[in-house]
Design a protein around this ligand. Structure first.
Ligand code: G3H
Length: 255
């Protein structure tokens, strides 16, 4: 335990959440353990951009951090409908997810785009949660590690460091499906990513938080967090329900 990286349990509400869900967020904030300095893990919920300001006010005084789900790579300009990292920071966010597979698929985002977004996040003092992961076909073709290598190399900028960047491994086929890789497959991928980070960033590579995401639930969180190279989770559906999210957090405490 002592040499493990401090865990981060991050929720991603995706395109869900209006003012009606703020009481649920409050329940999460009230249930997250301790203070930032005494809790054995960090907790974060990434809400829709429209909710960030109200979410910050809702969780004030709790150790729960609030993040965004995407940012543009540019600082400002003619990008209708987009949100800049500066806007997220101004609203009070401390983190932002970049390169989620739903963004890569729905908006054609490339590794270069993800790197630009990561740099934009860093420039505003935000921690970027950079998502990588293979499709089912790529896994069946034995390409999973090569795909993740390419995404990591192409999405992480030179200035990435454990203090400003988190990596989330999310196999696309495990997201929202109830399917998960075997524990051995998760461990193999996380060990592989750790090795790649060490090769590129030296000793600092050992300290990046590596999250697993894809159908994490209270029922499987304990065994996933039992893998020594898993430093937390990026939780989608189960982060919408305070009972489920808090039950997942509780399994980290118990590990
Ligand atoms: O960002 C979260 C992931 O896409 C996982 O979503 P999920 O827990 O609903 O499978």
């Amino acid at each position: 335990m002592a040499d493990r990286v401090r865990p981060l349990i991050a929720g991603n509400w995706k395109m869900n959440g209006t003012a009606a869900e703020l009481p649920e967020l409050k329940r999460i904030a009230d249930g997250v353990d301790g203070t930032r300095s005494s809790s054995p893990y960090d907790a974060l919920i990434c809400v829709p951009a429209t909710l960030i300001d109200r979410a910050i006010k809702t969780v004030v005084g709790s150790p729960l951090a609030i993040g965004g789900q995407d940012c543009h790579g540019a600082e400002s300009g003619a990008h209708t409908g987009d949100v800049s990292a500066a806007m997220l920071a101004d609203a009070g966010a401390t983190h932002v997810i970049v390169g989620h597979s739903e963004r890569r698929a729905d908006h054609g985002e490339t590794d270069i785009d993800v790197m630009d977004k990561t740099l934009a996040a860093h420039a505003q003092g935000l921690t970027a949660i950079v998502c990588v992961g293979e499709t089912r076909q790529e896994r069946e073709d034995g390409q999973a590690m090569d795909v993740v290598d390419t995404q990591l190399a192409g999405s992480l900028p030179k200035d990435a460091a454990p203090g400003n960047t988190v990596v989330a491994y999310e196999p696309v086929w495990a997201i929202g499906t109830g399917l998960t890789p075997s524990l051995l497959d998760i461990e193999a991928m996380h060990d592989h990513m750790r090795q790649r980070l060490r090769e590129r960033f030296g000793p600092a590579g050992a300290r990046f938080r590596l999250l697993y995401g894809g159908s994490v639930k209270p029922a499987n969180a304990g065994e996933i967090f039992g893998i020594s190279s898993v430093d937390g989770a990026l939780v989608g559906g189960a982060s919408l329900k305070s009972d489920d999210f808090l039950a997942i957090c509780a399994t980290v405490q118990a590990r």
